[in-house]
Design a protein around this ligand. Sequence first.
Ligand SMILES: Cc1cc2nc3c(=O)[nH]c(=O)nc-3n(C[C@H](O)[C@H](O)[C@H](O)COP(=O)(O)OP(=O)(O)OC[C@H]3O[C@@H](n4cnc5c(N)ncnc54)[C@H](O)[C@@H]3O)c2cc1C
Length: 418
Amino acid sequence: MARAGTTRDLRCRWFVDATGRRRLLQRKLGLQKEATGYGSALWFRVGERLSPDDLVDDSEVGWRLRVPDDRRYFSTSHFMGRGYWVWMIPLVGGETSIGIVAEEKEHPFSTYGTRDRAMAWLAQHEPALYRAIADLELLDCRKVQRYTYGAEQVFSSDRWACVGESSMFADPLYSPGMDFIGFENCIVSRMIAEDAADSLTQERVAYFNRFILSHFETTLSLSRDAFGVFEWPHVTGAKLVWDFYLYWAFTCEIFFRKLVTHHPEVAAGVGEVGTRVVRVNQRVQRLLSDWAAAAASPTPGYEFVDVPSQVPFLESCHGELSRDKTAGEALRGMMNSLRTVEVLAQVILLAAVAEVHPSHAAALARRPWLNAWAVGLDPNAWERDGLFRPTTPPADRSVIGSQLRWLFPAQRTLEGAA
Ligand SMILES: Cc1cc2nc3c(=O)[nH]c(=O)nc-3n(C[C@H](O)[C@H](O)[C@H](O)COP(=O)(O)OP(=O)(O)OC[C@H]3O[C@@H](n4cnc5c(N)ncnc54)[C@H](O)[C@@H]3O)c2cc1C
């Protein structure tokens, strides 16, 4: 161990940077890509066990019946509003972590970037949470302004690699940081093993780079334009179903089956599916943010969605991950999931149109099949973008449509305006 103030030269075959936000290697090599930085965050711990149940009084019986036995306590809870979300995370020691994550343009960091301002901000935007913590001591307080950054390259055939936050950081929504650590550590271990076996090629390293950079862009697309959506529970509900489905059906399948690291024989197929998912996802993310921008009021009657009983297709997608599969089966499964994605994109479009352009809703719903890669909220663009020229055979929309009936305001239906 070198003493402070002294330097030592070390030689190694591989150099793996895990220095976090300092990005030792990225800065040294000039590879870091500063993203525009749309979001910032401040977080702190309080020494008390706090549960969402504590934020409502006993008269709010409905709230407690939905998720009985204080089970909400055991997961992260998110409080969403226009341009922000606030996390509440139970920690092992009995403390609770509270964090504000906000879009710079709606809530500049200066409005909540100190302890006092954060408390005043919570009092204004999340008063129930504020009341629960107003008299508690903050054990610490940390912050990061404009947290997003990307990279040009994170793996090299010159035997260096960056993992975790030393490579890239997208957004804390959905906690993808640990996913990046998982993917990157597996890839680095694989590269080192293949190098030791003398089989690591430049093409292979380039493939790993392309995969992780593209995964970063997709992850970013889930959050970059999402802050406007959080204001509306029904649009947020649609977004959660979409994002979770993509995550379990593709990201987790690829990771759980080691498709990128151990199965080059399916790389072409995975790439093809990935490209189609990326394209349809871009359309749907835009659709969701346009829907939120045009939404007039929260959907009447939309209060709580019990995923296992109301969205079984999502639950079964999650359940699939616990089944053993070969790489070929996983790829075929992802191709099938692409069909579900097409249906889902159409159902979300029909729900958005039913609210924002009700005069178009019935005619659109009568079309048996639409081009999921052309969904969008502007009726003037539908013909031009090819919405009515699907490239795949039609499938039944009614099963998933009925599971997402809660997306449709009471007076409207999947089949169009009532
Ligand atoms: C606002 C926010 C909220 C988040 N919330 C969650 C969440 O709820 N769940 C989740 O899973 N993830 C969350 N993340 C992401 C998670 O924090 C990161 O993915 C994770 O901490 C990255 O781990 P890491 O090891 O790459 O970096 P770090 O945890 O930063 O570790 C890097 C380590 O390297 C050390 N180091 C740096 N330079 C040197 C050096 N020269 N020599 C020796 N040591 C050095 C540092 O001291 C540090 O200990 C969040 C991130 C942010 C910004």
